[in-house]
Design a protein around this ligand. Structure first.
Ligand code: HMG
Ligand code: MG
Length: 313
């Protein structure tokens, strides 16, 4: 049997939070339904953050409520797991009122990025996450965690690897079932990925680590391959390669889900996702965001044999 890799689709959140065209909650619900129909089983549906800071995520409550009711009615497979981003207890209240089943807290390994993104220091953010995690535990909701700027910070440059390990441990201690290590501005290279994962695995099982690569400088898939070799089996990606953090200068999209799935399937891994359906969603989404998406597979398609034609000069 081929080894199963977990794809955690962040398109409806990370993908859309930086788009110029703002999609309505109804369109975002259609997007999520299409992803589920293609076989995607882990999806981040939105963010309970300030609409003043990230207007693209307005209406996330409506999306969570609708998806929860579809699931309760049996219109969505039981193994589909839906998650939403939550920065503080204010966001957690809104998330609970919207019937979320999983929340993701998000912190950073560099002070300047923490301040820019969530307007507080790293220590303050850990206090906030503790409140969110305690509330989640009371309500039997799973908590995932992100650690941003693991491979480099747009404001500080190099980031302490010891700090990355310490904060990853801290987030697990607070109750996260998994920490997703973010290359927020897409600067990582495979050797750096190997070095950091080697440091982490001395203290933490890599089963509790996911990788979140932005493909800003074209190293995203190479970083995935190195992570696979190190034993990582959980990856975040975004349909079409949509995305970027509004508070990370020059950050572009995540690795594209279809490029990731293509690579994994060719290498003999399984994901449970139908690649041809992802390509259809790519073309559907491109019309709505009014631009072609960066994914390679969206442009080239799945390889197929074409009839030989007579050469013409
Ligand atoms: P703040 O302004 O510092 O909060 O925002 P505050 O406590 O001072 O409150 C100010 C106002 O915000 C108040 O309203 C609060 O009620 C309201 P006002 O009195 O002015 O009308 N407020 C909220 N509203 C909605 N939802 C909330 C909330 N909390 C307070 N949860 C906050 C703090 C974190 C909310 C703000 O800084 C924010 O929304 N930041 C946006 C962060 C964000 O979404 N960034 C992008 C996602 S992270 C990312 O992309 C990285 C990742 O992909 C991994 C990677 O790539 O590395 C995850
Ligand atoms: Mg991201």
């Amino acid at each position: 049997m081929s080894k199963k890799i977990r794809i955690y689709e962040v398109g409806p959140r990370d993908g859309l939070q930086n788009e110029v065209v703002r999609l309505t909650p109804n369109l975002r619900i259609q997007f999520i339904k299409k992803l589920i129909a293609s076989g995607v089983r882990h999806i981040e549906t939105g963010a309970f953050v300030s609409e003043k800071w990230v207007p693209q995520m307005a209406g996330s409550a409506k999306i969570s409520k609708k998806m929860a009711s579809l699931k309760a009615q049996g219109n969505i497979p039981k193994d589909v797991k839906l998650c939403a981003l939550v920065p503080n207890s204010y966001g957690m209240k809104l998330a609970l009122a919207s019937d979320v089943e999983e929340v993701a807290v998000f912190g950073a390994a560099s002070e300047s990025f923490s301040k820019m993104n969530i307007n507080c220091s790293i220590d303050e953010s850990l206090e906030r996450f503790k409140q969110v995690a305690d509330e989640a535990k009371k309500n039997k909701i799973r908590v995932r965690a992100y650690l941003s700027t693991v491979f480099g910070c747009p404001f500080e440059g190099e980031v302490s690897e010891a700090k990355v390990v310490k904060l990853t441990e801290k987030m697990l201690e607070l109750g996260a079932y998994e920490v997703s290590l973010g290359d927020t501005i897409g600067v990582a290279d495979p050797k750096q990925v190997e070095r950091i994962l080697k440091k982490i695995e001395k203290r933490i099982s890599l089963k509790k680590i996911a990788m979140h690569f932005h493909d800003t400088r074209g190293t995203g898939l190479a970083n995935v391959i190195m992570s696979l070799q190190m034993g990582i089996t959980s990856f975040d990606s975004s349909l079409g390669g949509l995305g970027g953090c509004p508070y990370a200068p020059a950050a572009t999209g995540n690795i594209a889900t279809e490029d990731l799935v293509y690579t994994l399937h060719r290498m003999g891994y399984s994901t449970g996702i139908e690649l041809s359906e992802l390509i259809k969603i790519n073309h559907w989404m491109a019309k709505h965001v009014k631009r072609s998406l960066p994914s390679k597979l969206g442009a080239a398609g799945i390889p197929k044999r074409v009839p030989v034609k007579k050469r013409k000069l």
